[in-house]
Structure formats: structure tokens, C-alpha cells
Design a protein around this ligand. Sequence first.
Ligand code: FE2
Length: 316
Amino acid sequence: MGVRHDNIRRLINVNLDFDAGETFYIVPWSDWHVEAIDADEDALFRHAEIIGRTKNCYTFIAGDMVDAIGHRDPRFRRTPIKEWFVDATIHEGEEPGAVLADFIAEEVLIKAGIRREKLLAVGIGNHEDSWLKYHHVDIGQLVADRMSVLDRYGGYAFDLKIGFTYRNASSKTGTSCSFVFDVHHGWQSGRRSGGLANQLELELGFSNADAAVRGHVHKKHVFPFDCRWIGNKMDRDWPRLGVVSGTYKLGWREQSPSSHAPSTYELRKGFRPAIKSNLGPPVVVLRPQVGTRGSQPKIEVGWLDSVDTLAQLTDN
Ligand SMILES: [Fe+2]
């Protein structure tokens, strides 16, 4: 018997109970960049609040909650970051990694009503990775700890399996089904949406996940891929999704008359700014079906273009 090669990816298992006809909203959330000056914190808070108050709405984080510039970085004083972060780290002398983790746990998540039950997993991106490398602090792990979900901390890439258990299961009904997200913070895969779609289609070929979620590119997309599942005794439709999870980083800043006009990375590189009405992630909609005995329960799969659309749908 050979030595088993342990995969670097973690499988995070969570379970949700459901009644017939119940709908679940899963928000794949990434690229907030909270201490960056062009991060739209108002939109972030608004979306957090919607996730917090909406029944059956859950989320997981896919990295870049923070920006990479810390106080030991020579660019710290030359880089446009939020005033509160400068105050806490320079004037009050707080440990900046801890300041960021506290801000995320307390000001973004808990204040909005997102407690550990709603936070299915926490992952990191290249910006948290920089904090780890240059400041020896794992902000993702700190956030997971502050939120009491250390057992659901996934690092840079993880698989999240959501099991749905039917509340009134009997011998006549199917009892459970699941939906698996293959989550990776992401990488640049072409500046245009065709490159993203092609890459996600490839990614889905590497595993049997139901959805592949990628961040990093600061774009928002859902690409449906209709597949076939071939089992021993039957085959069935297998709706799969490629999800690109958006951002709150606008890519520009308002110039104040007194400022020495610091610019963001995006501005220096000549990127077009993000569209304000298009900020944040899309929402994956899952409706687990009650199967009859012998037939595998299925999940109806859909999506919404934004968290604001979710609010419009569920608030009345
Ligand atoms: Fe990012």
C-alpha cells in the first residue's frame, strides 16, 4: 500500500435542515479591501446587513477582506488607506493585523447580524497572504477565531460541502442532498469575461464540485454550465455554476483639495473604475427538493445578480 498523498485543500462540511419548498441564498463573498481608500465600505456594510437579516441567507469568504499595506511596509505612509486604520496603527499603536481582524469580525459581520451560524467558511486571498509573509499575522485565521469558526477556516483554497437534510424525512422520502462549492481566491485569467468563462469551465472539469467560485479579478459574473450526471441506474441534469465574486474596491478615489493626490494601484495602471451599482457579489440560490425513495433528491439551482436584488426579493 502506498503512502497517501494528502491534498492541501480542506473539505469543510456544514449541514442545513430544510422544509419542502424552502429556498436558501448563499453569498460567495470576497475582495472587500477594507482599509484601502477606494473600498466602498458603505456598500459592504449594506450588504452585510442584508445577509444578516435575510432568512436562509448564508455566506462564505473567499479572501482579500483587507488590503496588503501594513505598517512595516515602506509604502505605508505613501499609500492611500483609510483614516481609521492610520489612527489605530500609528496614533494608538494597536497591532494592525489585530485591528483589521477586529474590524471585520465586529464592525462588518457581528454588527450586521452575521454570526457563526451564517458564516459557513473563511478563506484568504493574496492580500492576507502578504500580511502573513511580511507581518507574520494570519488575518483570516484571526477572523475565523473571532467568529468562533476556526474549524471552518479554509486558507487560500477549500471545498465547502453544504448538506441539506429534510426535516420530515421518512422511509418514503429522500433524506438529504448536498451542494459543493470549489473555492479558490483566484488569479488573473484574462481581462475579459470570455477568459473567465473558459477558465471556470476548465476548473469544473478538475473535480465534481457543483460550483467553482473565484475572486481576485474584481469582476462579478455567474456562468451556468449545464452538465449530465451519469449514475449506476440513471442519469440526470446536473446544473453547475462558475461564479466570480465581485469586489468593493472602486479603483479610484475622490481627490480632496488639500490632498497630495495619492493614487490607487488601479488609477496608476490606468484601469477603468468599477461601476458603483455593480459592487459586491452575486447570490447563489439553492432549493433542495424532497425526493421519493429510490430517486436521488435534487437541488434546483439559480442565482441573483446582487445582494441588493436579494433584498428587493425578500423584504416584502
Ligand atoms: Fe482583491
